[in-house]
Design a protein around this ligand. Structure first.
Ligand code: ATP
Ligand code: MG
Length: 361
């Protein structure tokens, strides 16, 4: 590896293309050439980022090839850093082909002129009920007459098609080539789950995750919305970073269960959003207590109240608590959030109070 500025020639795209053209096909994939699969190439100073498109079934065989090409590029004069990534190849043409997914991030900030507020629902830990909370908060806001969209930013594990019973629906394309969100229960939905076959092996890496999320914001005809709710994947990785740096986020709501372990992750998520200067709109305690449907007795299975204490400690608003109930899970599994199936029930009231607290900010 050589460093730019030490007399070596500067790295350039032409040299990289020549290198790719000279590479033989890998033994495992006769006829496959890197040169024919360049999905993106950027050379900035000594930094090279090359994206090669690959079919899901080729990904494993191409891993060694990818690493070899990365090493070969890194050894070129003037290259200080080389990254080669495999990106998911476009799925077979759907009825109304949506814009290509899995593109490179474009660099600029995403503008959503028709959308008044963008509220991300996040958590540090997986499985605490973000998607359930995002779906029900979206419904609770819609119930007050607001125009609501829900963007599922979980590229690896999209939940929105299941939560709304919309699996297998494909968004239509508008004459301008944008995707029309899927309409369900009066709100507008978009998810990578609408664009990929359910069993697709998604092999994209960091930069492509960011690119795909960007497209779910940008390439969708959202129209006019009062609130776009965004269901984030768990953790504090690429998706969260893209969101905080590029999307016009009004703020983030953090969902946690009351256990100490979940709260530690929630605190981490709050710290991350603060670091990237995204306002934390508050903390929701999910699965706060179990209410016996027969006698109404409340059982604090996970040591109730931890989130309220953590919120006070961290100086973020505590937005409210959602009980652990069979009805919430059953409604979600059946493809309809509980706020839609039982709008006057106690769960819908709990979500409604949180939505109100959020919108009052
Ligand atoms: N308050 C609740 N009462 C009962 N079940 C719940 C509640 N909240 C969520 N669940 C159930 O818990 C499971 C996980 O919820 P969900 O998918 O919303 O979590 P998540 O945080 O989005 O997960 P992931 O990190 O995988 O995205 C689901 O089966 C859901 O129905
Ligand atoms: Mg989820």
């Amino acid at each position: 590896m050589s460093t730019p500025g030490t007399g070596a020639a500067a790295a350039n795209a032409e040299a990289i293309r020549r290198l790719l053209a000279d590479l033989p096909s890998p033994e495992a994939l006769p006829g496959w050439t890197a040169a024919e699969h360049v999905d993106g190439l950027s050379v900035a100073g000594g930094r090279v980022l090359l994206a090669l498109s690959a079919k899901a079934e080729e990904a494993a065989a191409l891993e060694t090839v990818r690493a070899g090409i990365e090493a070969a590029i890194a050894a070129l004069p003037g290259v200080s850093q080389a990254s080669v990534v495999l990106t998911a190849e476009k799925p077979a043409a759907p009825a109304a082909p949506p814009p290509r997914i899995g593109q490179h991030p474009t660099g600029g900030r995403i503008e959503l002129p028709g959308v008044a507020r963008v509220i991300a629902v996040a958590s540090g830990k997986g499985g605490v009920g973000k998607s359930t909370t995002a779906a029900n908060l979206a419904m609770a806001m819609a119930a007050t007459g607001l125009r609501i969209g829900l963007l599922d930013a979980d590229i690896y594990g999209p939940s929105v098609p299941t939560l709304f019973g919309c699996e297998g629906i494909r968004p239509e394309a508008t004459p301008e080539g944008k995707m029309r969100p899927v309409a369900s229960h009066g709100i507008k939905l978009i998810s990578i789950g609408f664009l990929l076959p359910p069993d697709a092996a998604v092999i994209w890496r960091g930069p492509m995750v960011s690119g795909a999320i960007e497209q779910l914001f940008r390439d969708v005809d959202w129209g006019t919305l009062d609130v776009l709710v965004v269901d984030l994947p768990p953790g504090t990785g690429d998706a969260q970073l893209t969101m905080s740096q590029k999307a016009p986020l009004t703020g983030a709501v953090i969902v946690s269960t009351p256990q100490d372990l979940a709260l530690i992750d929630a605190k981490r998520a709050i710290a991350m959003f603060r670091k990237v200067e995204v306002p934390v709109l508050g903390l929701v305690e999910n699965m706060s207590y179990y209410e016996c449907p027969a006698c109404g007795h409340r059982e604090h299975i996970f040591a109730h109240g931890g989130a309220a204490t953590a919120a006070a400690e961290l100086d973020v608003p505590f937005l409210g608590e959602i009980p652990l109930t069979l009805a919430i899970r059953e409604a979600s599994d059946a493809g309809s959030p509980i706020v839609a199936t039982d709008p006057d029930g106690p769960q819908a009231k709990a979500y409604g109070a949180i939505a109100e607290a959020l919108l009052a900010e």
